[in-house]
Design a protein around this ligand. Structure first.
Ligand code: ADP
Length: 350
């Protein structure tokens, strides 16, 4: 439906977006995930037609809409925008905010407004002014307003970051259901990895204006292509390893890895939940418990390995580890990276 072809945008010497290509399918939910300043909002503005690309094109249903200039102006693209600051018109009631972009007779408008108020579960707030309702309610109304003219695409820029944690979780779920119900394709820009993973069908990971990796949330989490990606999405332990004769020598013993991968491997990436931790007598132990952080549903155990490396292990809080306990650590899943930090394979499983 939407395609970006080798898009770039420079501000003076700064290249905010470089050689960026993506495809968005009808009804698809796509997240653009990356740290602050990596070019996400610039990319969204390029797609919306609010910026002219320095290079490349934006296509809508195979027709160029932005290139050397804006060909289809933003107001004719039928894209709905939702921002971090809700951006409701302060002098209009909730109802009038939603009705703002809707065309048709008075009856048709009212019907659409009522339908959307029902959809966002706020029909009782129709007559209120934006300042009389909470942040979460304002964002639901902003969603209703964006959906009112039946857009073909919704663009959201950090839509939940002004809300507190619990509300964010709830609203994320609700808005996802609402957008799915309307069947509208959505691009969400966020620096929050949990948001990207839970909200979207596909994630595009962005760093320094460039696309690092695109994939489903599971692919991005389980098969990060670079060491940077492995720590930006989730927690990751990075350990130095060395190829020795026929296996990979790691701080927790020899690992059977195919030679063509093992010989190139310099760093092993292990997720905290992929370590197994067991009590072991001193002579069999390969590490000692340094700290234990209990956070209700999990415990994070920091273990100093005999190699001198410190790793983070997460697990069930059912049995809490004690400080200085000797332990045996093994890795149930790991991923091999070369000296330039690129993944050499899919996850290996012991
Ligand atoms: P993100 O949304 O990932 O936080 P942005 O797209 O807002 O990143 O910004 C990317 C880079 O481009 C940043 O270094 C930012 O300072 C710069 N930038 C964004 N908009 C402008 C602008 N209008 N003029 C100059 N620099 C800009």
């Amino acid at each position: 439906m939407i395609e970006c072809r080798n898009l770039a945008k420079s501000y003076g010497k700064l290249e905010a977006v470089s050689d960026f290509s993506l495809h968005l399918e009808e009804h698809e939910f796509l997240s653009i995930l990356g740290p602050s300043g990596c070019g996400k909002s610039t990319l969204l503005r390029l797609i919306a037609g609010l910026e002219v690309p320095s290079q490349g094109q934006v296509l809508l249903q195979n027709r160029e809409i932005s290139g050397e200039k804006i060909i289809l102006p933003p107001e004719h693209r039928k894209f709905g925008m939702i921002f971090q600051d809700f951006a409701l018109f302060p002098h209009l009631s909730v109802e009038s905010n939603i009705a703002y972009g809707v065309s048709g007779s008075r009856n048709e408008k009212q019907k659409r407004v009522n339908e959307l108020l029902e959809l966002v579960s706020l029909p009782h707030l129709a007559a209120k002014m934006p300042h009389q309702i909470s942040g979460g309610e304002q964002q639901r109304i902003a969603v209703a307003r964006a959906l009112a003219p039946r857009p073909r695409l919704i663009l959201m820029d950090e839509p939940f970051s002004n809300l507190d944690y619990q509300l964010r979780l709830q609203l994320r779920r609700d808005i996802r259901d609402i957008l799915k119900h309307e069947g509208v394709a959505t691009i969400i820009v966020t620096h929050d990895q949990v948001e990207a993973i839970t909200f979207s069908d596909r994630v595009i990971l962005m760093h320094n204006g460039k696309l690092v990796q695109a994939g489903t949330p599971t692919e991005i989490y389980q098969y990060p292509k670079t060491l940077w990606a492995s720590s930006f999405v989730g927690e990751a332990n990075h350990l130095p390893v060395e190829w020795q004769d026929t296996s990979l020598n790691s701080p927790f013993g020899l690992l059977a890895v195919p030679a063509e991968i093992g010989k190139e491997t310099q760093i092993l990436m292990v997720r905290p939940e992929d370590f197994r931790i067991e009590y072991a007598p001193d002579e069999e132990a390969n590490g000692t418990v340094k700290t234990v952080d209990f956070s209700g549903s999990v415990q994070i155990v920091s273990v100093e390995l005999k190699s001198g490396d410190t790793i983070q292990v997460s697990g069930s809080p059912h049995y809490l580890w004690s400080l200085k306990e000797p332990v045996k650590i093994t890795a149930e899943r790991y991923l091999c990276f070369n000296s330039s930090g690129h993944s050499l394979e899919g996850f290996a499983e012991e």
